[in-house]
Design a protein around this ligand. Structure first.
Ligand SMILES: O=C(O)C1=C[C@@H](OP(=O)(O)O)[C@@H](O)[C@H](O)C1
Ligand SMILES: C=C(OP(=O)(O)O)C(=O)O
Length: 416
């Protein structure tokens, strides 16, 4: 596949088929850390094909490969890998430089580094204070069993501490200060630790995990609900559609499961059947016009693009953390939906989508800002417009490498 752009179209605008999604990137990356800390007691099945997961697996191998010389670990654009390794590497004997892409070097990590330093970690900034790259001297001597951490910037900092807590000599009690954003990702971490035999006590703003051993377990990674969201978008935008997604569970650990409910308002019904989750187009668009993404930030782009294309004026909250993800996702969305006349207007913490000027261009050129979710959220527009050009299509590899192949299997035409 050419790296620069691809031109996407769909003649019939009808989609009927089965799509086997890869494993959840979030579950996989937690499972890899748990497996590494368990010393082989925990095994993992159905790991994600996501580049972020492949990168983390390779990084863990480097980290564990003996000797104390400086090792450089480059995790590219993988946010969870950066955050989880920032804690994990303190437990390994050795000296590490932990770095990532240019964008990763703009994504804040100071809150987590401060928390780790307050319990004895030896971490320094290689460039700008508060941001990767980090210099970590492993083999930490734990000074305290309590840590306070701000909850409203990224839940990944808290998950990172939780993952190592039971392996620390004194265990760890984490006091979450202020609001907790992306809460389902924290409960996912706790539930996965529990699957591996780790007990926890979660009371309001505090989570306590005593020093304890992992137990033999097999963690089975569920398919990725964030990836499923793009199929919901396609069902919502197609003229007719019926898509089956095997392996997704009725009781998921992934907060992006919320797409089921959200998409009922955009004309998509979901039923769990023997062979998987069936998405069908009902075409019934509800009057609900306020959606909150605080617990499911990765769904924001999918839903906002669908709402714009369906000309459903809506308002959105819980978008604060979008600015520090793969790109400033608010800005990226504003620019790209503007290309077909939609506007996303900030009013304090509420964003209003205005669609009165939406038009149907013959061809629309979408920039992706090194953000997999920009590419995948805008691709379904090929079911509404004649042609959609996606720049830098390989960004999808971060979480869903088979995305374009799956689109072709469902009748999309791709010209590179
Ligand atoms: O823990 C995780 O696996 C994730 C947590 C979320 O990040 P924030 O907690 O920074 O919102 C989410 O956006 C990201 O894609 C994956
Ligand atoms: C924000 C994301 O990932 P990360 O923070 O792990 O880079 C994402 O996958 O949308």
């Amino acid at each position: 596949m050419a790296a620069e752009k691809l031109i996407l179209s769909h003649q019939s605008k009808v989609i009927r088929g089965t799509v086997q999604l890869t494993g959840s990137k979030s579950e996989s990356n937690r499972a890899l850390i748990i497996r590494a800390l368990s010393g082989g007691l925990v095994t993992v099945e159905n790991l994600s094909e996501a580049a972020d997961t492949v990168t983390l697996e390779a990084a863990l191998e480097i980290a564990q490969s003996g000797n104390t010389e400086f090792k450089t670990i480059d995790i590219g654009p993988a946010g969870t890998a950066m955050r989880f390794l920032t804690s994990y590497l303190n437990l390994i004997k050795g000296n590490f430089i932990l770095t990532g892409t240019e964008r990763m070097q703009q994504r804040p990590i100071g809150i987590l580094v401060d928390a780790l330093k307050s319990i004895g970690a030896d971490i320094h900034y290689e460039k700008k204070a508060g941001y990767p790259p980090l210099k970590i001297e492993g083999g930490m001597f734990q000074s305290k069993d309590q840590v306070a951490i701000q909850g409203n910037i990224s839940s990944q900092y808290i998950s990172s501490l939780l993952l190592i807590a039971s392996s620390l000599k004194k265990g760890l009690t984490i006091q979450i200060e202020g609001e907790l954003t992306s809460r389902p990702y924290v409960t996912m971490t706790l539930e996965m630790l529990k699957e591996a035999g780790i007990q926890y006590d979660f009371q309001e703003q505090s989570i306590a995990i005593a020093k304890q051993d992992f137990q033999p377990a097999t963690i089975y990674v569920e398919p990725d609900w964030s990836a499923a969201s793009y199929w919901y978008a396609m069902v919502a935008l197609a003229q007719e559609a019926h898509v089956v997604l095997p392996g997704l569970k009725k009781h998921s650990l992934q907060g992006d499961f919320a797409i089921i409910d959200i998409m009922t308002h955009f004309g998509v019904t979901s039923t769990f059947e023997k062979d998987g989750l069936h998405l069908r187009k009902s075409g019934l668009i509800s009057k609900k016009s306020l959606f909150n993404f605080k617990e499911c930030p990765d769904l924001a782009q999918t839903v906002i693009v669908v709402a714009a294309a369906l000309r459903k004026d809506s308002s959105f909250t819980g978008l604060e953390t979008l600015k520090i993800k793969e790109t400033d996702r608010i800005l990226a969305l504003q620019q790209e939906i503007g290309k077909f006349g939609a506007e996303l207007i900030a009013d304090g913490e509420v964003y209003h989508l205005k669609t009165e000027k939406v038009f149907e261009p013959e061809n629309i050129n979408i920039a992706t800002y090194e953000d997999h979710r920009m590419a995948m959220a805008f691709a379904p527009l090929a079911l509404v417009f004649n042609q959609v050009t996606i720049e830098e299509p390989l960004v999808v590899e971060k979480s869903y490498p088979s995305f374009w192949k799956h689109l072709v299997a469902q009748g999309f035409q791709i010209v590179e």
